[in-house]
Design a protein around this ligand. Structure first.
Ligand SMILES: *[C@@H]1O[C@H](CO)[C@@H](O)[C@H](O)[C@H]1NC(C)=O
Ligand SMILES: *[C@@H]1O[C@H](CO)[C@@H](O)[C@H](O)[C@H]1NC(C)=O
Ligand SMILES: *[C@@H]1O[C@H](CO)[C@@H](O)[C@H](O)[C@H]1NC(C)=O
Length: 280
């Protein structure tokens, strides 16, 4: 018996060691663009996206989801990356279709390299509109030094942005008040690129490399025929504990907003909506 168990442990160890399945990049994601600017390393446990003057790179989840607790570990370029956008996000627009100027759903985590100060995380949400609901935070650590976990919880009650399990932002489902909430399947994407509007890049600082780890996706696959399936409490992220923040999380959220948030669309009379009062 012991021998048999030992054999299986050995088999599992070999399977994961050689990246033959389980937790690796290829199980969950595929490259969308960038050629050799995407490298799969460490037997599929790490991906590097490299940006230079010729191109950036990106990847997408293989599947579409209807709910989930979507996390990834990331380390962003350790250079003065002014002009560079490193991201991890959910989006409803199919890969390869133009996004600009198209109403759609999107939940963003972005790092926008700014003046050599990389300790800034930007969040945004599109609810069948053009977005413009940014909230920006200073980080309490240097995201270029180590891997940290960035995650988006999305169920039918709320969207929550987490940094290392600490909630920094909430978008509640208050669709009964007419506030938008994602109603269609979304997939995950990650990329590094340089949007014109972020300003010019100092290419001499490059190449800029973003690192990603921990690829397993905790999501309900959107099956098409039965979208209600993704409401089911058989998925842990739909259970009571995830439908609203706990008192501790609520306290943490207030602290994060107070100490670290330095830009909020809710302070802009032209951008803010009725959700602003209810999402804090
Ligand atoms: C950063 O890139 C992501 C992914 O392409 C995009 O959704 C987002 O709008 C970009 N943000 C800025 C400020 O350029
Ligand atoms: C970072 O690079 C930008 C663009 O080249 C430059 O304007 C800025 O002064 C640099 N910041 C630092 C802290 O070096
Ligand atoms: C939002 O919540 C309402 C209940 O208040 C529910 O009927 C609806 O399906 C939810 N919407 C989404 C998109 O999850």
């Amino acid at each position: 018996m012991t021998k048999v168990i030992f054999f299986f442990v050995l088999l599992l160890a070999t399977k994961y060691a050689n990246g033959g399945g389980g937790f690796t990049f290829d199980e969950y994601y595929y490259q969308t663009y960038g050629g050799n600017h995407l490298s799969v390393l460490d037997n599929g446990n790490e991906v590097q996206l490299l940006m230079d003057q010729s191109t950036g790179a990106g990847f997408s989840s293989k599947r579409e989801f209807g709910s989930g607790y979507f996390g990834i570990n990331m380390k962003i370029p350790d250079k003065n990356s002014t002009g560079i956008n490193t991201s991890f996000y959910l989006i409803s627009v199919p890969v390869g279709q133009p996004v600009g100027g198209v109403k759609h759903y999107e939940i963003d985590i972005e790092f926008l390299g700014t003046n050599g100060n990389p300790h800034i995380i930007s969040t945004n949400v599109f609810v069948n509109d053009f977005g413009a609901k940014e909230q920006l935070f200073h980080l309490w650590f240097d995201p270029t030094m180590d891997f940290h976990k960035y995650a988006i919880l999305w169920n039918h009650h709320q969207i929550v942005w987490f940094v290392d399990e600490t909630p920094i932002r909430v978008w509640k489902n208050i669709s009964n008040l007419g506030v938008g909430f994602p109603t269609v399947p979304m997939h995950l994407e990650a990329s590094i690129w340089n949007p014109d509007w972020l300003g010019s890049v100092d290419w001499a600082q490059g190449p800029f490399i973003a690192y990603y780890r921990r690829f397993p996706i905790h999501g309900c696959r959107h099956a098409g025929s039965n979208p209600q399936k993704c409401y089911s409490e058989t998925y842990y992220w739909n259970q009571k504990h995830y439908c609203q923040l706990s008192p501790d999380q609520e306290k943490k959220l207030q602290e994060m907003r107070k100490i670290y948030m330095f830009e909020d669309y809710c302070n802009d009379p032209y951008k803010k909506g009725q959700e602003c009062l209810l999402n804090q």
